[in-house]
Design a protein around this ligand. Structure first.
Ligand code: HEM
Length: 139
């Protein structure tokens, strides 16, 4: 009897764990609403940063935000799948430099801070972005 009661509860808990581990970075970022807010703030920041905003003047924001959401969700353990261009393809022809990358990171930080993301979670997310460096720059 006890087993009959406990089994569905256990299945529920394990099911939830399989899709989004409770200690995942995704959870620290606030799950779906948190990551969507973060993406909104970051894209706003990219558009208002005079150092790099010219690059985003023709951007389809709805598309770009959705791809960023998927990418951050996937990287942070939220269980999404990124469906956009690979990073090299997405940035080819832009000839982005280390300086551009630093401006972009500044905007990520400002956007994340405005979205209420803790410094610890910001650092964890930026550490996941860093290895993409080579695919994004000088293409
Ligand atoms: C690790 C760092 C970066 C990540 C994770 C990233 C992520 C992305 C993603 C997901 C897209 C959309 C891909 C698609 O079209 O399917 C994109 C496009 C783009 N990214 Fe990045 N990016 C990074 C670095 C940068 C930097 C440093 C800059 C410039 C300062 C930049 C400028 C752009 C621009 C201009 C687009 C095209 C937007 C449009 O469609 O108009 N990115 N990026």
């Amino acid at each position: 009897m006890l087993l009959r009661l406990l089994a569905p509860m256990l299945a529920l808990v394990l099911g939830a764990c399989a899709s989004t581990p409770p200690d995942s970075l995704y959870q620290s970022l606030g799950g779906e609403p948190g990551v969507r807010r973060l993406v909104d703030e970051v894209v706003h920041e990219l558009h208002t940063d005079p150092r790099i905003n010219a690059l985003f003047k023709d951007t389809d924001d709805a598309y770009f935000k959705e791809r960023l959401f998927e990418q951050i969700c996937e990287l942070s353990g939220g269980g999404c799948s990124y469906t956009g261009l690979d990073m090299e393809e997405a940035h080819s022809g832009m000839q982005l430099t280390e300086t551009d990358f630093n401006f972009f990171v500044d905007d990520l930080r400002t956007g994340m801070t405005r979205a209420g993301v803790s410094i610890g979670a910001q650092n964890r997310l930026l550490a996941l972005f860093r290895p993409m460096h080579g695919d994004v720059l000088h293409k």
